[in-house]
Design a binder for this molecule. Structure first.
Ligand SMILES: Cc1cc2nc3c(=O)[nH]c(=O)nc-3n(C[C@H](O)[C@H](O)[C@H](O)COP(=O)(O)OP(=O)(O)OC[C@H]3O[C@@H](n4cnc5c(N)ncnc54)[C@H](O)[C@@H]3O)c2cc1C
Length: 301
């Protein structure tokens, strides 16, 4: 059996790393769902992140990484390994049109700073509540833009292979990148190339996108965004609404009344409630329309 006390003592020797035992994941996800992580690691630098991952790997303890937890459904039982949180790694710098950001940097903060500098390309990302590392992995996108349009490289640490490499081919596809195929790979930083633009024009687009989000999405309740990927030729939300499922609830989980593509936590929802509701939605849509919905949100634990 893993001795977490011994492992925690080893990790405590690493500079710029905070460690917590039995941290409730619900507090670190936008869904507000999830049991405890046996070990939670909060590095402030890429170096500390690498050292922490190496130490955890050497102890044979499973690990995963969480950015802003905005695309996650964490198990009620939590995660019995180590969770590396990138939220304290959030430095970024501009060099002309090139933006390099630590993986925990907020996508919305980066979009705002780029706009302030008259740099275009990230307006689409304004309002996506993720970190740049999570957005890279998910190839997050909205309003005609996605990460694949701006990312030129990322610094990737693979603790299983002990390699630090610059990735330039991310095999981007719809809500997919090479990081989905390599669970051991952690993006430490992301480099993007933006284009000169007019600040006022970029701001106007960002405000328009934000207004559309407020009008259409249930931002007032905890969720993990769109639950399902867009099926070819359809919109998941419209299919679910057309099946009459808006407002359907299991336990504390409910198909949003505002946007049927979202499941909201209307208070006290468990991961099990969400999973049962997902099964019900998928079965109903398959039965009514013959369309198989695929989950966009990522399960942890
Ligand atoms: C209200 C709301 C609106 C949303 N709108 C959109 C939208 O318009 N478009 C869209 O695409 N998404 C949207 N999302 C979903 C989500 O915000 C995005 O997928 C976001 O990019 C996830 O980033 P994150 O940091 O929160 O990732 P997390 O949820 O923390 O993690 C997601 C996945 O990425 C992995 N990961 C995180 N960081 C790293 C890293 N550094 N290296 C490797 N893997 C990593 C995790 O292990 C996990 O598998 C929305 C969510 C909410 C709640």
């Amino acid at each position: 059996m893993t001795n977490f006390d011994t492992l925690a003592a080893r990790l405590a020797e690493i500079a710029n790393l905070e460690i917590c035992r039995n941290l409730p994941l619900a507090q670190y996800t936008t869904f507000r769902i999830g049991g405890p992580a046996a070990l939670a690691l909060f590095p402030r630098t890429a170096h500390a992140a690498q050292a922490a991952l190496d130490t955890v790997c050497a102890a044979g303890v499973p690990y995963t990484v969480i950015g802003n937890g905005s695309n996650l459904l964490c198990a009620d039982a939590g995660f019995t390994g180590a969770v590396l949180f990138t939220g304290k790694m959030k430095q970024f710098f501009f060099d002309g049109c090139t933006l390099t950001a630590d993986s925990g940097a907020s996508l919305t903060a980066l979009a705002l700073e780029a706009q302030r500098r008259g740099l275009d390309g990230l307006a689409f990302a304004y309002g996506i509540p993720g970190s740049v590392g999570g957005a890279l992995r998910m190839n997050a996108g909205a309003y005609g833009g996605e990460m694949s349009g701006v990312v030129t490289s990322s610094l990737c640490y693979d603790s299983a292979a002990h390699t630090l490499k610059t990735v330039t081919d991310h095999a981007f596809a719809y809500r997919h990148s090479i990081y989905n195929d390599c669970p051991a790979a952690v993006a430490l930083s992301v480099t993007m190339t933006l284009t000169p633009g007019d600040s006022a024009d970029i701001l106007a687009r960002m405000q328009d996108y934000m207004q559309r989000r407020r009008d259409k999405q249930p931002l007032e309740l905890p969720s993990a965004g769109s639950v399902f990927k867009r099926p070819v030729g359809y919109f998941a939300g419209k299919l679910i609404e057309d099946c009459g499922l808006k407002g359907t609830a299991i336990g504390g989980a409910q198909v949003s009344e505002k946007h049927a593509g979202f499941i909201v936590n209307r208070g006290g929802a468990t991961a099990d409630d969400v999973l049962r509701l997902i099964d019900h939605i998928r079965a109903t849509v398959l039965h009514e329309y013959g369309v198989e919905l695929e989950c966009e949100l990522v399960r942890l634990g």
